[in-house]
Design a protein around this ligand. Structure first.
Ligand code: ZN
Length: 302
């Protein structure tokens, strides 16, 4: 068993745009958001995205991956993953500061779940991804929670990835609060005056035990909440280094006996989808603080 708990296969097509040197997260996000919007507007865009997904699946299988946690904005990775030998969860991504956009994406995700339900089995599930709190209205978050609870659908969320995420939620300021404006919108993230993790708890998200992706800037109090509510954290150290978001305090997570697994993120950020490369990077990054054996165990989801 080899687990890559976090990928975005429908961004594999953007591998040529991968930053060659570290870049601030908000700048990368701005560029990738524009690229994602443009690609599907072109005539051959969808075929290009699907070809990228196939390449990504080939990379995963070549690395010996057996289980994947893929986040798909387009929904296009669902069928190729079903047709591959991979197990795991495909999470359909939802975001939108405008509640009507969130409603649209949630309804589309529910349709996709219904459409593929006959083809899935206990080895492969379809879930929802709450992309992040800085780009999704709290109204939409509440609807996602209600649906996942009612239908027992797995959920994941990018959480405490950057300092700017906490700043946007706590104060409504900073690079991520300003990002919609740079994309031509006059919307701003909802403000809770609390950290991302505390806000996820208040909104009922953590009661669903979602997969928590990144958690680079989770405080001691945040990790106490996670310990109490129970979630698995996905550590993606290479992407966090490229996007200047890390490093996560892995030792602190493990000391609290919070389960941690590894994920590669996207080929639009990192060079390979081989989670063993992620483990090798993590061993160097946390040398002297975390036993290498503990990181090896993360590869199997043990
Ligand atoms: Zn991600």
């Amino acid at each position: 068993m080899l687990v890559n708990a976090h990928t975005h296969l429908d961004q594999c097509w953007a591998a040529p745009f991968r930053p060659k040197t570290p870049i601030p997260f908000h700048n990368w996000l701005l560029r990738q958001t524009r690229r994602d919007q443009k690609i599907l507007e072109t005539e051959s865009g969808e075929a290009k995205v699907i070809a990228g997904i196939q390449t990504g699946i080939e990379q995963l299988l070549a690395a010996g991956t057996t289980h994947v946690g893929d986040v798909t904005r387009t929904g296009l990775s669902i069928e190729p993953i079903i047709n591959s030998r991979l197990s795991g969860v495909v999470y359909i991504d939802i975001l939108g500061l405008e509640p009507s956009v969130g409603d649209f994406l949630l309804n589309r995700a529910i349709q996709l779940i219904d459409q593929y339900r006959p083809q899935i089995n206990h080895n492969l599930q379809i879930g929802l991804s709450l992309n992040a709190l800085y780009n999704t209205s709290f109204k939409t978050v509440e609807k996602i929670v209600a649906f996942c609870e009612k239908e027992a659908v797995p959920l994941c969320v990018h959480a405490a990835e950057s300092l700017a995420e906490n700043e946007a939620l706590e104060q409504g300021t900073g690079h991520l609060a300003d990002l919609p404006g740079r994309l031509g919108s006059d919307l701003r993230p909802d403000v809770s005056e609390k950290s991302a993790v505390a806000t996820l708890n208040d909104l009922g998200v953590l009661s669903l035990n979602p997969l928590l992706i990144h958690m680079n800037h989770a405080s001691k109090d945040d990790l106490d909440i996670v310990k109490q509510t129970g979630s698995v954290i996905v550590h993606c150290p290479r992407a966090s280094a490229v996007l200047k978001n890390g490093p996560a305090l892995l030792r602190r997570m493990l000391m609290k006996e919070i389960p941690v697994t590894l994920g590669t993120e996207s080929l639009a950020v990192v060079e390979t989808l081989d989670v063993r490369d992620e483990a090798a990077f993590a061993k160097e990054l946390h040398a002297g603080m975390v036993f290498a054996g503990a990181i090896d165990e993360m590869l199997t989801g043990a």
